[in-house]
Write a protein that binds this ligand. Structure first.
Ligand code: NAP
Length: 297
């Protein structure tokens, strides 16, 4: 990807090049499928991802179905656990603990958000660290913080894969992450820091957020507000990763405006989104290999 050529006219030096997450995700998933086939041949059983869905939120139902379809394409078996919206924390923890103890299950994904009455953290923590392929447990978060081996949260992991695929050198760069959720903004900043970027987080209490955005060589938008980042605030030549996914296929960045100034930008859809599932599948296959003592090439 880093070597893909562009044919931009000289008159628009900052007309952004797209970071094609859909194509990169497909390549990663092809390699994942090859590894899954090797594991299946060597052990007699395919890697298995268990998905847990509580309630019937339509978006969550769609996400889970998408993940199952992608698993099937990659030769990963999926086990699906559906629980009613009335499920208690204790019942959910019990269901997840059962999957954690099941040697035939290699990865566990709890689709979130869960209904408000459930203690989501308690549910996440019932996932055995070795099976935390979505990178949501405190164990995985700490491993990332200490730069020890472990599973990363999938969307930040996907963002880093995109940066690497497009040859973005992060050393000494000013990286700004807008959003600080435990599954997205916060880990994205930690991963950028681990690669020697100088990281600033912005959030709902940040004063003069646009001024900070204007300093960003690398900008990660993870806010959940359509076109929250204005194109005019993008630093010329910046690399823009838009993790936002809002109604109407709109990201958190004013895409058209940002394209006039950024050097690289992820489209919405087709940028960060597909990478999330690709990383999930890749980590599932890695988990299956580790649990069965296989060393992958
Ligand atoms: P979240 O938990 O709601 O967090 C949003 C963050 O944005 C919070 O840190 C919040 O600040 C900050 N924020 C909200 N309003 C703000 C404002 N007016 N000014 C500055 N900061 C503001 O959301 P999330 O789960 O991280 O998701 C963020 C976006 O990414 C959403 O669009 C979501 O759909 C998308 N997403 C995409 C994928 C994918 O696969 N591509 C995966 C996950 C999420 P405070 O902390 O101060 O409240």
């Amino acid at each position: 990807m880093a070597n893909a050529s562009t044919t931009e006219p000289a008159s628009t030096p900052h007309r952004a090049r797209l970071m094609d997450g859909a194509t990169l995700a497909r390549r990663i998933s092809e390699r994942t499928a090859e590894t899954a086939a090797t594991i299946t041949a060597e052990t007699g059983a395919a890697p298995c991802l268990a998905t847990v869905l509580v309630g019937e939120d339509p978006a969550s139902v769609t996400y889970v179905r998408m993940k199952q379809n992608r698993c099937a394409k990659a030769g990963i078996t999926s086990r699906h656990v559906e629980l009613p919206a009335s499920t208690t924390t204790q019942e959910l923890v019990a269901a997840i603990s059962k999957l954690s103890d099941d040697p035939q299950v290699h990865g566990i994904l709890l689709q979130h958000p869960v209904p408000a009455h459930i203690d989501e953290r308690a549910a996440f923590e019932a996932i055995a660290p070795a099976k935390d392929v979505d990178g949501v447990t405190m164990h995985s978060f700490a491993a990332m913080g200490f730069e020890e081996p472990g599973f990363v949260s999938c969307t930040p992991g996907g963002i880093m894969r995109l940066l690497d695929a497009y040859g973005v050198d992060l050393t000494g760069k000013r990286a700004v992450v807008v959003g600080r959720s435990a599954i997205l903004g916060k880990p994205a900043g930690m991963l950028l820091l681990a690669r020697d970027a100088t990281v600033t987080y912005c959030h709902s209490k940040t004063v003069d957020l646009p001024a900070i955005v204007r300093e960003a060589d690398v900008l990660v938008a993870a806010v959940g507000r359509p076109e929250f980042i204005r194109g005019e605030d993008i630093k010329p030549g910046a690399v823009v990763l838009d993790a936002g996914y809002n109604e109407g296929n709109v990201g958190d960045v004013d895409f058209a405006g940002a394209c006039e100034r950024a050097s690289l930008i992820t489209p919405v859809p087709g940028g960060v989104g597909p990478m999330t599932i690709a990383v999930l599948l890749e980590q599932t296959v890695q988990a299956a290999a580790r649990q069965q003592g296989l060393t992958l090439a």
